[in-house]
Design a binder for this molecule. Structure first.
Ligand code: ARG
Length: 399
């Protein structure tokens, strides 16, 4: 008896996931491996990946274009929640995992598989997100993670694959581990493992070096409806187009790089470099529009929700009752978050320089320092007497 009969494997076309195919069959007695590659805008041709999977011994090779779902159902809610893990990482990689988990489970159900598999090792966050996501969606499916158990180095994995007639073109091997999708790139390992080493310019693809950015600022206006970005400079765009174009525009000015030491779920600190031009600019713009349209107490309370929401995405709890409950709160807050935000892009900055909304609760009559002022200055005195009373009493007793 093998570990499973029929398995749907998350497939990227790389060495590890390719070697998983013969490994699952030969070592773990799996009868049929179906591979699934999700197109999340990683900018790779998926057709060759499809034939590669079949060559490696898969019975079926599925490719799913999930770009629109990715942006609409995963990125947009995160923007509405202004999610930044540890106040900095907009979760560009983390958001893709629950979607891939969902595609795996759907395929397993459709093809009658009794297990799903992925190529994650035992040290990262992604294994947590896949495993927990899958068990949340279908607790009866087994999850197989060969690379977590096989104990092979990369070279050994290549040798193993070659035994089964697999060919690995000798491409210039990169010292980096890179994950990429429409929302951004995550880069780690190699020289970056020294936290004091500046990331070499070669790791960046979506964002220009400051020295190469335009010498004139560029202004853009992002339109939002109920907290969702819908237009750039007045042009309504579909979700995928909007992110794609914005990555270009913002990356061209060198904005969107992050260099951080982060705390992984498995307890390890890791040094990660990110470039997420559109996503980071959108979160900043969205938060700004909220400041114009939400009450002070909602804004303050929402910050705690946002932190919890960021953590649950990072920690693999996308499909959890807590996430659903927080969604209800967040969606309610977004009802009036419509309007537009003006951003000035220049030399690595995306500075918000203006915002407007038909739902603005900014009140010029109250805010102004001019003659039109409607604020009742005398009322401040009584307010301060009561507001400061506990402090006065305390001071009188202790000073
Ligand atoms: N640290 C990021 C996260 O947990 C990215 C993980 C994948 N990174 C990579 N370079 N392969 O979401």
């Amino acid at each position: 008896m093998g570990r499973a009969e029929k398995v749907v494997l998350a497939y990227s076309g790389g060495v590890d996931t390719s070697v998983c195919i013969p490994y699952l069959k030969e070592e773990w007695g799996v009868k049929e491996v179906i591979t699934l590659a999700a197109d999340l805008g990683q900018g790779e041709e998926l057709k060759p990946i499809q034939s590669k999977a079949l060559k490696c011994g898969a019975v079926e090779s599925l490719v799913e274009d999930a770009k629109e779902t990715f942006v609409k159902e995963y990125a947009f809610p995160a923007i509405q929640a202004n999610t930044l893990y540890e106040n900095r990482y907009p979760l560009s990689t983390a958001l893709a995992r629950p979607l891939i988990a969902k595609l795996l489970v759907e395929a397993a159900e459709k093809y009658g598989a009794d297990a799903v598999a992925h190529g994650c090792t035992g040290k990262g966050n992604d294994q947590v997100r896949f495993d927990v996501g899958i068990m949340a969606l279908n607790p009866n499916l087994k999850v197989l993670a060969p690379a977590r158990e096989w104990g092979m180095s990369r070279e050994e994995a290549i040798t193993y694959g070659e035994k089964f007639g697999m060919e690995f073109p000798v491409k210039k091997s990169s010292p980096y581990s890179i994950d990429r999708n429409l929302l951004g790139r995550s880069i780690e390992a190699g020289p970056l493992e020294d936290p004091m080493t500046e990331p070499p310019e070669e790791v960046f693809v979506m964002t220009k070096a400051i020295a190469d950015t335009p010498n004139e600022p560029e202004y853009i206006e992002i339109g939002f409806e109920r907290g969702i970005p819908v237009s750039i400079n007045g042009n309504q765009l579909n979700p995928v187009e909007l992110i794609t174009q914005l990555n270009e525009i913002v990356g061209n000015h060198g904005f969107g790089r992050i260099d951080m030491i982060e705390n992984r779920v498995v307890g390890i600190k890791s040094r990660e470099i990110y470039e997420t031009p559109a996503l980071l600019a959108l979160i900043n713009a969205h938060r700004d529009l909220e400041s114009l349209t939400l009450t002070a107490d909602i804004t303050n309370y929402k910050q705690g929700i946002e932190q919890t929401y960021s953590e649950l995405i990072y920690r693999g709890l996308w499909y959890s009752p807590l996430k659903e409950a927080l969604d209800a709160f967040i969606q309610k807050t977004q009802e009036r978050v419509s309007g537009s935000v003006r951003i000035k892009l220049f030399k690595g900055n995306a500075t918000i320089v203006g915002r407007k909304s038909a739902n603005s609760i900014y009140t010029p009559d109250l805010a102004t320092y001019g003659a039109e002022d409607k604020f009742d200055h005398k009322a401040a005195e009584g307010f301060i007497y009561i507001w400061g009373l506990p402090t006065r009493v305390w001071a009188e007793k202790t000073k």
